[in-house]
Design a protein around this ligand. Structure first.
Ligand code: CA
Length: 222
């Protein structure tokens, strides 16, 4: 899962980036509204953290432009003050959730995981695909109750496939959602990572759909 952070305060931007990366997300950071708008408009993200008070273009305008252009990604806005009018303007522009500064870093992680899960159409915090269970809040995958030891990249891939179980996910889509924008997508690293995940989970759960991409076997049972 890949997150865009738009925040002009360098210290806070860095803390958000480090916290989200430690939580297993790929993260791009923009430090003003213009760069933030551009990245959100041209790159693929699972969610955005958007400060409202930004240089060049303010956060509400950035969000309104994304929505007018049909960008549906979940957006968590950050407001410096607890003023209701500011939050309301954010919601009217298309925000999904907000946090008032200062906030706990862990709360950003939990809110983003819930927003991403909801956006993929899942109400329950636990996603089940056969023997695999993804605790979306804790960011953990177990197989038959045993925690899987996954690298951050492997976790992002498996988590994305589990959010979209039963659907064919193309290589491009997977690469777009699991790497930041500095990644060289010509590399065959995706096949290598898929191979590693397959060796870590028993059973043939990740299917290669020739010429199309990958599909994780859909949830079975009740
Ligand atoms: Ca700001």
């Amino acid at each position: 899962m890949r997150i865009l952070v738009v925040e002009d305060e360098p210290v806070l931007a860095l803390r958000l980036q480090q916290t989200l990366e430690a939580a297993g997300f790929a993260v791009d950071v923009a430090y003003d509204g213009e760069e933030g708008w551009f990245l959100g408009d041209t790159e693929t993200y699972d969610a955005a953290v958007l400060d409202l008070g930004l240089p060049k273009i303010d956060g509400v305008t950035v969000l309104r432009r994304w929505r007018e252009a049909g960008r549906t990604l979940p957006v968590l806005i950050l407001t410096a003050r607890s003023r209701w009018t500011e939050k309301m303007a954010g919601f009217q522009a298309g925000a999904d959730d907000y946090l008032t500064k200062p906030f706990e870093m862990d709360e950003v992680v939990y809110r983003l995981r819930a927003l991403i899960r909801r956006a993929a159409g899942h109400a329950q915090p636990e996603l089940v695909c056969g023997p695999l269970r993804l605790d979306t809040l804790a960011g953990r995958v177990t197989q038959d109750g045993v925690p899987l030891k996954l690298t951050a990249q492997e976790f992002r891939i498996l988590s994305y496939l589990m959010h979209h179980a039963g659907k064919v996910v193309s290589r491009t889509e997977l690469l777009d959602h699991v790497y930041d924008r500095h990644f060289d997508s010509d590399s065959n690293v995706l096949e290598v990572l898929i191979g590693r995940i397959r060796r870590k989970i028993s059973g043939n759960l990740i299917h290669t759909v020739r010429g199309q991409g990958y599909r994780l076997a859909e949830a079975s049972g009740p």
